[in-house]
Write a protein that binds this ligand. Structure first.
Ligand code: SF4
Length: 335
């Protein structure tokens, strides 16, 4: 848990200067410092905590009680103790996961436009139909859903997984034939690490899928000694060029512990910002791909969410229990 204290505009500006982002002017940092102060007071009044994904804007990290990748956030959401409200600074499916683990608490997403192209690529109806077809060919078929999907897709799955534990979850399931939804790139990565038959869904994350080998090659050619760290949602030809393939939080540990000092971070840009702020003295080069959904969350949105108690995440109890079963299975198998 991060301890938060009031920060001045000057202090925030000094902190964000490492990002070399000219949009963080002293005036903007002053406005953000005022919003941060308002949010910290509202959190105390409302007994609220803020969970934030690694891809969030750097100023959001200033009000977060916990920052992590989707697996860490799922675990954190499960273990929340002293809070009546969870404000989720991430995208809709992540806030749903927090609700699945916290039926008694109010879970708020500051902006309902914070969706996900990957989660949108599979619906519960399409999945049910495909499972029925495939079970006629593979009677032992089990469904593994990457957590980047809606709660009703999770509810139809045998287990969920994240990029950090996908291989472990697949290997520990009893079936030999696995329908892996919705990310085709993560499915292909998992297929390379297991002897099981992985049947892939035809979805992808638009942020990672647009990164090409030519872009990675250009960066490597221009910066000698560059270590390439890629996220498993990247295309297979990009992954083949990486020195390490890791989830976002594993990237942070790797960069901290590595003897190298120059890294190309092949994932959404927010993670490079976090690395630049947390690991001074090392150089992080960005893939320069922003997730428009993650960036919908702003400090003003968090303030308004806490003031007006909006936008609340809800789902039927049947869907919640089904998703909980699949998520618990992941937490057991992927531990
Ligand atoms: S980065 Fe990709 S997977 Fe993550 S929220 Fe954005 S669109 Fe979805």
């Amino acid at each position: 848990m991060i301890t938060q204290t009031k920060i001045t505009g000057n202090e925030l500006h000094a902190k964000l200067v490492s990002l070399h982002d000219p949009t963080y002017t002293p005036e903007l940092c002053e406005q953000y410092a005022t919003l941060i102060d308002e949010i910290l007071k509202l959190k105390a009044q409302r007994s609220a905590i803020v969970l934030a994904h690694n891809y969030q804007r750097p100023e959001i990290f200033e009000v977060a009680d916990f920052i992590g990748d989707s697996f860490e956030l799922a675990r954190k959401a499960r273990d929340v103790e002293d809070a009546e409200i969870i404000v989720f600074c991430g995208v809709h499916f992540m806030a749903e996961t927090a609700k699945v683990f916290n039926p008694e608490r109010m879970v708020l997403l500051p902006d309902l436009r914070a969706g996900c192209s990957l989660a949108d690529s599979v619906t519960a109806e399409a999945l049910a139909e495909r499972v029925q077809e495939l079970r006629e060919i593979y009677p032992d078929l089990q469904v593994v859903s990457y957590v980047n999907c809606t709660a009703d897709v999770k509810a139809l799955s045998d287990a969920c997984c994240t990029s950090a534990n996908a291989v472990k979850v697949v290997n520990r399931l009893e079936a030999d034939n696995i329908l892996f939804v919705p990310d085709q790139n993560l499915a292909s990565y998992v297929q390379g690490q297991t002897s099981k038959n992985i049947i892939s869904w035809d979805g992808n994350c638009y942020v990672h899928h647009q990164i090409t080998p030519a872009e990675v090659e250009r960066a490597k050619a221009g910066i000698p000694g560059l270590v390439v760290i890629a996220h498993p949602e990247c295309r297979k030809d990009v992954i083949a060029m990486a020195d390490a393939v890791l989830s976002t939080s594993a990237m942070i540990r790797y960069a901290r512990e590595s003897n190298a000092d120059k890294f190309l971070i092949v994932t959404e840009c927010g993670l490079s910002d976090r690395l630049l702020m947390e690991i001074p003295g090392k150089h992080f080069y960005k893939a320069c791909k922003l997730c428009r959904y993650m960036k919908m969350i702003t400090l003003a949105g968090v303030r308004d969410a806490l003031t007006n108690l909006r936008y609340e995440i809800t789902m039927s109890e049947e869907v919640r229990q089904g998703a909980r079963r699949a998520l618990d299975r992941m937490l057991d198998l992927g531990a």
